[in-house]
Design a protein around this ligand. Structure first.
Ligand code: SAH
Ligand code: DHB
Ligand code: MG
Length: 223
C-alpha cells in the first residue's frame, strides 16, 4: 500500500480523543477484562465509539441491533445512546465472548437494556426475521467480514425506511482497493462496499476512520 504518515495520523486521533472522548471506569474495565480473558483487542477505537454514540443519538435510536459483540465495548457506546425505553440486541458466535460481554455490560449498568444472543449471526438474524421482530432503528455490523453481504441482506429484512445500517472495517488499510484481494475478509469488505453503493434501497457512504492505520465505517440509510 501507499506510504502514510501514520505517526501524524495517530497524533491527530489522540488529540481528538483527549478533547472529545474522555474514558470512564466502565470502558476502562471493559477492555481490561476482555484482555484478561484473552479476547483479541479488535474493538472499535474510543473515537469511533463516540461516533457510534453520536449517530445513535442523532437517529433517536430506541431499537439497536449489533452483529459481533466481542467484550461489549462498542455495545456499551451504542447502548448508552439509547433513548428512554430503548433496547439493544447483540449477536455473538463465541460463548466465551458473550460471557465477558454480559459481565461488562452488567457492570456498566446496561444489563437490563442489552441482550446478548449466542450463535452464528446469520442464524440469529434468520430467527429474528422468522419471529417477526419489530424493525430496528439502527444496525451495526462488525462480525466476520466474509459474512457482511449476507448480514446486509438479512438486516434489510429487519429494517424500515430510515433505518441506519453501519459496518466496521470496510477499508482495511486500503486492502479493499485491490480488485480481487487474496484474503477472504478483505474480499468480504470490498463486496459489502459494492453492495451498499449500488443497492436500490440504500443511500450510503464510507467514512475513512483512523485506527492506528486507516480503516473505514460504512454508513447507510434505508430508503
Ligand atoms: N463490535 C466489537 C468487536 C467485534 S469483533 C467492538 O467493537 O467492541 C468481531 C466479533 O464477531 C468477535 O467477537 C467474533 O467472535 C464475532 N463473530 C465472528 N464471526 C461470527 C459469526 N459468524 N456470528 C456471530 N459472531 C461472529
Ligand atoms: C478484526 C475484526 C474487527 O471487527 C476489527 O474491528 C478489527 C480487526 C479482525 O478480525 O482482525
Ligand atoms: Mg470491527
Amino acid at each position: 500500500m501507499e506510504p502514510l504518515n501514520e505517526e501524524l495520523v495517530n497524533r491527530i486521533d489522540r488529540y481528538i480523543q483527549e478533547l472529545f472522548t474522555p474514558s470512564d471506569a466502565a470502558l476502562v474495565e471493559n477492555l481490561k477484562d476482555a484482555n484478561a480473558a484473552g479476547l483479541p483487542a479488535i474493538n472499535v477505537s474510543p473515537n469511533q465509539g463516540k461516533l457510534l454514540y453520536l449517530l445513535m443519538k442523532i437517529a433517536g435510536a430506541r431499537r439497536i441491533l449489533e452483529i459481533g459483540t466481542l467484550g461489549g465495548y462498542s455495545t456499551t457506546w451504542l447502548a448508552r445512546a439509547l433513548s428512554p425505553g430503548g433496547m439493544l440486541i447483540t449477536l455473538e458466535r463465541e460463548v466465551k465472548h458473550a460471557q465477558v460481554a454480559r459481565r461488562n455490560l452488567e457492570r456498566a449498568g446496561l444489563g437490563a437494556v442489552v441482550e446478548v444472543r449466542v450463535g452464528p449471526a446469520n442464524e440469529s438474524l434468520r430467527e429474528l426475521i422468522r419471529l417477526g421482530a419489530e424493525p430496528f432503528d439502527a444496525i451495526f455490523i462488525d462480525a466476520d467480514k466474509a459474512g457482511y453481504v449476507e448480514y446486509l441482506d438479512l438486516s434489510l429484512e429487519l429494517s424500515r425506511p430510515g433505518t441506519i445500517i453501519l459496518a466496521d472495517n470496510v477499508i482495511r488499510h486500503g486492502l479493499v482497493l485491490d480488485e480481487n484481494p487474496p484474503d477472504a475478509a478483505d474480499r468480504g469488505a470490498r463486496a459489502y462496499n459494492e453492495a451498499i453503493a449500488r443497492h436500490p434501497r440504500l443511500e450510503s457512504l464510507v467514512l475513512p476512520i483512523v485506527r492506528r492505520r486507516v480503516d473505514g465505517l460504512a454508513i447507510s440509510i434505508v430508503r
